[in-house]
Structures are given as C-alpha cells and as structure tokens.
Design a binder for this molecule. Structure first.
Ligand SMILES: [Zn+2]
Length: 232
C-alpha cells in the first residue's frame, strides 16, 4: 500500500523526543482539502501532520514518521503532556463542525484502515492509544467528531470498541466519574469538556456532558476490560 502514498512534504516538523506510542486522528476542518493541504505545508502555519487522507481516499505523506509533526498542540493523554512527541498524526479531510460536518467517505475509511494498521504494527501502538484529537485536547477540539466510525476501527482491532456487554452502573459521584475518566487517559481539569469528549468517542448519540448511568457503565466496563488485560 506504500505505493499509494504521495509525498507532499511539509517543513513544519522537528526531531522526536520520544518513541511513537500513539496515533491521533483529526479532521482538517477547512472548507476544502486543497486549502487544508496548502495550510499544512505552509511554513507560516506552524502546523502539519504525518499523513492526510483526501476525500477520494488518496493518502499524502507530509512528514516522515520518524520526525515530530505538529498536529496536536497543547495536549495530554495517559500521563503524557504534549503528545506530538510520541504520536503519529493523521488528518482526514472533512469541513468539520465549523464548515459543514459530514460523514467521512468510504474511500477515506478504506484508505485509513491499512495505513493505521501499518503504523500500529511498526510502532506497537496499543488500541487504547489510537485516539481522536478531542480526546487529547478536550477543551479545544472536537475532531474527528461524533460521525467518525470508531466501530469500524474496533472491528479491525485498531481501536477500543464501545463496551456493550456486562454494563452495570457503578453509581459513582460525578467526582468519582472524573477520577475514573482520568484513569482511562483524559485530562479532566475541565470536567465538562472531558465528559463531552468521552461521549463523542464512546456514546455519540448524547453529547451534552451529562454524567448519567450509561456513561458510568461504559467507563467502568472499559476500565475493567483493561484490568483483565482485554484492552491495553
Ligand atoms: Zn485536529
């Protein structure tokens, strides 16, 4: 599949300070793909990514995986601040919430699967560390958003599936829920933002930040699965 990747180098990178242990998925959030590509390659933007997937499924490589691309900005996941140093960033073209959010195309998802599988294999990235930008920057970001097909990635064992079995409400207080959310990986300094990010990822039919029994049950199941070694 490497043959299908077109090099479109961006100058916006520097040296990694850590090994790759995460993948961060984004949408471009601009009116069209051409503008996004130009922006990500413009030295003045100071932003980039490793790969971009156009709406027709074409993959562009902007930064070599060995280098640190500048895609996540101020961010946090599972004890790591500033995740650019340890992550591969993939931008998927979509206008996003600001310009007309819509489902990602089948061609994009078909290109993403083998690309992501290769990254995960090369760097031994655990499924729980394949995350969205909103997961690592809940106060600032909504991408790739609630229309992104995480379930497809989960079926290919490339991301954590939404738990559906043995769901039981642990009846945590809201403070207890946020502690559990932090244990899963989120920066919970803004509890509402972290809860919405969690919903966007694991229960996208409700994005209002209300901590209810279903939110608690899903999070408990995720943490128990991790304890049992079913996820990492
Ligand atoms: Zn993003």
């Amino acid at each position: 599949m490497e043959d299908n990747i077109i090099d479109a180098p961006s100058p916006n990178f520097d040296a990694r300070d850590q090994a790759v242990s995460m993948v961060v998925l984004h949408y471009t959030g601009m009116q069209d793909g051409e503008s996004a590509i130009a922006w990500l390659r413009n030295p003045a933007s100071r932003v980039s990514c490793h790969y971009l997937i156009a709406e027709d499924g074409q993959i562009l490589r902007l930064v070599d995986e060995a280098q640190r691309a500048w895609h996540a900005g101020q961010s946090y996941w599972r004890g790591v601040s500033a995740v650019n140093g340890c992550s591969v960033g993939i931008e998927i073209v979509n206008p996003g919430h600001e310009w007309g959010y819509r489902p990602f195309t089948d061609e994009q998802m078909e290109s993403l699967l083998p690309l992501l599988a290769g990254i995960v294999r090369r760097h031994n990235v655990p499924p729980a560390n394949v995350v969205g930008h909103s997961d690592v920057a809940p106060r600032r970001k909504q991408d790739p958003g609630e229309l992104f097909d995480w379930a497809l990635l989960a079926r290919h064992r490339l991301a954590i599936a939404r738990p559906t079995r043995d769901l039981a409400d642990p009846h945590w207080t809201d403070g207890g829920f946020l502690l559990a959310l932090e244990r899963w990986g989120y920066d919970v300094r803004d509890g509402l933002a972290a809860t919405v990010a969690f919903q966007r990822r694991f229960r996208p039919e409700l994005l209002d930040g209300t901590i209810d029994g279903e939110c608690r049950a899903i999070l408990l199941a995720l943490l128990l699965d991790r304890e049992r070694g079913r996820t990492t």
